[in-house]
Write a protein that binds this ligand. Sequence first.
Ligand code: ATP
Ligand code: MG
Length: 450
Amino acid sequence: MLNSILNFLTRRIKSTVSRNQIKVFSIKRLGINKKHLSRGAIDTIKKLQQNNFNALVVGGAVRDLLVGVKPKDFDVVTNAKPEQIKKIFRRSRIIGKRFKLVHVYVGDETIEVSTFRSKNSSNVMFDDNGRITRDNSFGERDEDANRRDLSINALYLDPFNDQVFDYHNGVNDIQSKIIRVIGSPAERYREDPVRMLRVLRFSAKLNFSIEYETYINIKKYSNLINGIPKSRLFDEVVKLLLSGNAMKGMEELWSTKLYLTAMPFLHDVFTSQYLNNSDFTVNNFLTLALNLVDKRVKTSKTVSIGFILACLFWHRLLKDWNVNRSRGLREIPALLDAINKIMDENFTSSPIQKRYLTDMKEIWILQPRFEKRRGKAPFRLIKNIKFRAALNFLKLQADIKMVRPELVTWWDDFSTQKDEGRLTLINSLSHPSPKNSKARRKKIEENRPI
Ligand code: ATP
Ligand code: MG
């Protein structure tokens, strides 16, 4: 009884502490199970502490442990300098120029160990727009906390003293499901505009809402994104799409209009998917596709970026493909021409790695080949390394009745059978009509994917 009164009082006192004042929680009180910490992180911290350095788990892993999500990796922060860290760990490597840190290898784990950053020291370099171009200035833990992007990412966990240090009300924001930038959003976005995309990503990943100032300043400063290397932007958008809540990510990109600067190629996707400028309405195909991506992410299955791109631009491709057909082009030349048009208009100076674009094109090109189920064609198709991805793509179309479900069932069967069974499946198909008969042409017409 006494304990619960004391608990109640401390909670009240703690909740009245102003922002920026450190709060200390016990791991147990936060419901964190220490078993979920990785061996690599524990060993790294132990060794640093044995060498009389301060060392803690920081950032995403602490946040994820608090929301009950399995952390995908562990970041450690310490007051040891990169060279000192390197000396302690035989299997380690200093990486980065703009932001020096050390990769420590423990078994098959890589632990990213960084040194507490300091604020406004002579070693932090800014460009004319206020963007940080180099930051290798080291300081204390509270300064480090000020340098982190979001309140929920500025939590420090000491596994040996069973404590979590919270400098910016991150625990409270996690409990209230709020994404909030530390400090003044305008200033923090100017220092590093990619933080705007990180806000959207974590809002999607955790299904949290975005605090008003954090949100409104994204709309205001979205043009700052222009100075960021395209490849860094694409990496961030990919992370957003693989957040496990891709539709919310797209919705946020749309509502903040951040896509206009961050990923202009999405303009095409939005204008072909969304019915008018104020509503966020996507067609069934994209909804299903992104739900499938989310499902795979949540069950730790691999997701191909090429597949996501193929889904995003499918609606647009169909439009051009149909235009080409109505101009009298045959099926395949009409498709190839439509693909070339999309490539020219969207991907000529794009940051997207070539292999993703090749996968995207391959998935599209394979679609009409699912109609060819006689002779050697199905055996050739099944050997294609993009067969699975292309079949999943076909399934999405069947789900919204853009292709016949029977076609998907047949290919599903075909892919699971041995040669003999495959021949039986081919023979089970009804006899083809004479080559250019009216009936055959009509059938092809009916079976078109749209
Ligand atoms: P994820 O689950 O995607 O790995 P994360 O929060 O761990 O999420 P990281 O990119 O691994 O994200 O970064 C680790 C930590 O470094 C963050 O939690 C945050 O504290 C800090 N950080 C990362 N990027 C920035 C940035 N652009 N500005 C300020 N702090 C950052
Ligand atoms: Mg991380």
